[in-house]
Write a protein that binds this ligand. Structure first.
Ligand code: IMP
Length: 196
C-alpha cells in the first residue's frame, strides 16, 4: 500500500519509516514533487491534521496522512499546544522555543507536560484519526543531542532520559508519535487483511 505522508519534516519521516515494515510504502512530499508549506491555521491539532491530509489528498489523488503534534504544559495552561512550532516567533526556531519554555518555567515546581499527536488518514476518500500521548515533564535544562524540537527538555514518564538522549527505537517506544503511528499501522493492517 502506498501512502503520501503530508510533511516536510525529515525527522518525522525517519521516525515512521523506522517503525514500518515492507507492507507500506511511504512517499514524502518531496518524492511526490510537491513543494508547499501546508498551512496550520486552526486552533486544534485535529483540525490542522485534517487540513494537511486533505490538502495533499486533493493535490495527489492518493491515500494520504498527516500528523500534528503539540507540547501541552500544565503550568502554562496547556501552552504551547498548537503554537508549539512558533512559540517564540515565526522564525520557528527550536532553540528559541526551548529558551522561552525554560524561562517561563523558571522557579516553577509543576513541570508536568505531555506531547500529543493527532494523525489524520484519508483512505479511499474517508478520514480516520489516531491519537498518541506521551506524559512526562519539562527538565530544568537541555540534555542530549539527538532528536529535534523540544526533545532536549522533555523527559517521558518511565524513563530517566530526555528524548534527545534516546535513539529512534527507544524514543518510538515512549513517544506520542510512536503510539499514534502504532494505532495507524494496526488499522492499515486490519484494512489489508479485510481485503485479502
Ligand atoms: P508540528 O506537528 O510539526 O506542527 O510540530 C509542532 C512543534 O512541536 C514543532 O516545533 C516541533 O519541533 C515540535 N515537535 C513535534 N514533535 C516533536 C517531538 O517528537 N519532539 C520534540 N518536539 C516535537
Amino acid at each position: 500500500m502506498t501512502l503520501v505522508f503530508a510533511t516536510n519534516n525529515d525527522n518525522k519521516v525517519r521516525e515512521i519509516r523506522s517503525m514500518l515494515g515492507d507492507a507500506f510504502h511511504i512517499v514524502t512530499l518531496q518524492e511526490a514533487g510537491i513543494d508547499i508549506d501546508i498551512p496550520e491555521p486552526h486552533d486544534t491539532l485535529e483540525a490542522n491534521a485534517l487540513e494537511k491530509s486533505a490538502t495533499i489528498h486533493r493535490m495527489t489523488g492518493k491515500n494520504s496522512f498527516s500528523e500534528d503534534t503539540g507540547l501541552e504544559i500544565d503550568a502554562l495552561n496547556g501552552e504551547p499546544g498548537v503554537l508549539s512550532a512558533r512559540y517564540a516567533g515565526e522564525q520557528k526556531s527550536a532553540e528559541d522555543n526551548m529558551t522561552k519554555v525554560l524561562q517561563l518555567l523558571e522557579n516553577q515546581p509543576n513541570r508536568k507536560a505531555r506531547f500529543r499527536t493527532v494523525i489524520s488518514l484519508i483512505l479511499e476518500g474517508q478520514e480516520y484519526q489516531f491519537e498518541g500521548i506521551a506524559e512526562g515533564s519539562i527538565l530544568p535544562a537541555r540534555k542530549g543531542g539527538k532528536g529535534f524540537g523540544y526533545d532536549p527538555i522533555f523527559q517521558p514518564e518511565g524513563s530517566t532520559k530526555a528524548f534527545a538522549e534516546m535513539d529512534l527505537a527507544e524514543k518510538n517506544q515512549f513517544s506520542h508519535r510512536g503510539k499514534a503511528f502504532r494505532k495507524l499501522i494496526d488499522f492499515l493492517q486490519q484494512q489489508q487483511h479485510g481485503k485479502s
